[in-house]
Design a protein around this ligand. Sequence first.
Ligand code: ADP
Ligand code: ZN
Length: 628
Amino acid sequence: MKSPWRVILLWALPALVIGFFLWQGAFASAGLPGGSNTAATRMSYGRFLDYLNSDRIESVDLYEGGRTAIVQATDPELDNRLQRLRVDLPASDPELITRLRESNIDFDSHPVQNEGAIWGLLGNLIFPLLLIVGLFFLFRRSNNVAGGPGQAMNFGKSKARFQMEAQTGVMFEDVAGIEEAKEELQEVVTFLKKPERFTAVGARIPKGVLLVGQPGTGKTLLAKAIAGEAGVPFFSISGSEFVEMFVGVGASRVRDLFKKAKENAPCIVFIDEIDAVGRQRGAGIGGGNDEREQTLNQLLTEMDGFEGNTGIIIIAATNRPDVLDLALLRPGRFDRQITVDAPDIKGRLEILEVHARDKKLSEEISLDAIARRTPGFTGADLANLLNEAAILTARRRKEAITMAEINDAVDRVVAGMEGTPLVDGKSKRLIAYHELGHAIVGTLLKHHDPVQKVTLVPRGQARGLTWFTPSEDQTLISKAQIEARITGALGGRAAEDVIFGDAEVTTGAGNDLQQVTGMARQMVTRFGMSELGPLSLEGQSSEVFLGRDLMTRSEYSDEIASRVDAQVKAIVEGCYNNAKQIIRDQRTVLDRLADLLIDKETIDGEEFRRIVSEYADVPEKEQERLSI
Ligand code: ADP
Ligand code: ZN
């Protein structure tokens, strides 16, 4: 969409300036023809008269109506050699002609070079002319499109960043595990395909659908599937593309997008991350953002500007519907909200089936087992998981993906790339005790998830890891479970403290402590699980900078705030003491396990429990499995 005119003009202007000066230079000497003449040495008029008197002039050529002459003369100082000299004559002198004739000197008069003069004139005119034409074009175009004063160039049009796919090639069968969302959107396909069915009975076709869900749950995929099923083009742009440095650019992009969409109706317009533009106006710290507000206003105007049956349906995606400007959610705009959740175990199985279609899996693989191992994974995570497994399979030169590759891929997706283990030494020993601290506390607490494996092989940021088999997606978590998680997370630091002493504890527990504090605070302020009683003291989010949250913050007094802090501290301290007690009690088995772990680098959950059970009672875990 680059405007060729603008490019040409921008390049042409400097070229013209340079060209102009070169040209001027050329014509400055154009009065005298035949370049070589101009090279003649200059002679004064007086000298010329002397020469004339002494008969040393051979010929005279008059130029410029007799104002300049090129003279051929012999020079006594140079063995009477013939010389070409240039003389500026005073105002044309009729006597001179007579004298030349008398002296029998060959003379000639050359006419004024009209041609040259015309070119010279043109040369003088053409530059300002082109400049004016150029400026005219620039201004005309910028006024037309970019609108807004002070906008010299047309940024909006040239950088339109939306994509158009005539055919997405995605169908509903490619989207799995989010059945409710699919069903709701099925209707949108019918709107696009058979609008008359709705308009005949006077129904207004919705213009906007808002898909709400965390990243990777398949919102883009769903929108593409609608376009694919209805066989209409798919326009997409990300909300962040609208937000630019220059005021008015975003608005002009919105205009462009809708212009193109109208030309191609019926179609789907997909706006990803709409919260980037659609955030509440005038909210947040530091006041509003002019550019964003203009863009949002333009979006609202465009949405109001077409009637429901033009066949354009706008689908927007966000994971922060709470910060959106209310004007966006009004009837006639994004009045349908559809939640796209992370899939449950059944959904994960279906998504795995979709992505396994084009992969070679060995017989032993049970997609069901993978689905079970991956609570919290989104569709994108699962797609990524199978792809990683396929890459590992190719790297290991196997025929088909086996469970070993799947397991490695899960670890990789969850915790990042595997690193090289530390060499034996004090810090390896400390990490071993830290991880075993997590593992043993987790194993001995009834409400904690069971240990899957403990490893000293670093991955991502972590230098050692304890994996727990997550219990199936639970929507309800009990107080005992949260306390067990906090205690387990403190197990690492507790082990460092008990075994190496207070002065030796390391920064390795930083991440654990962050999680611990977060969980404890939520127990107090959101779930009413402390002595403060069943109070909800905080909204979902504590990000002050985003939109509306500013207003929901600090609903409680300073006095309550300090009591919250005291409660959080009490919870964490209680759990920490508990963890330290477990470590002290199990010192013998811990020492044995530490040697084993440093030696083997990984201990799996079964073996771990077997060893621990020789020294202590390992409680049966009650795993509430949801029936599928
Ligand atoms: P979002 O827009 O919600 O961030 P995407 O639609 O971009 O997520 O998902 C990224 C990729 O993850 C998709 O291209 C697809 O391969 C996979 N994926 C996500 N959700 C699903 C799903 N429900 N079914 C099948 N594949 C999915
Ligand atoms: Zn830890």
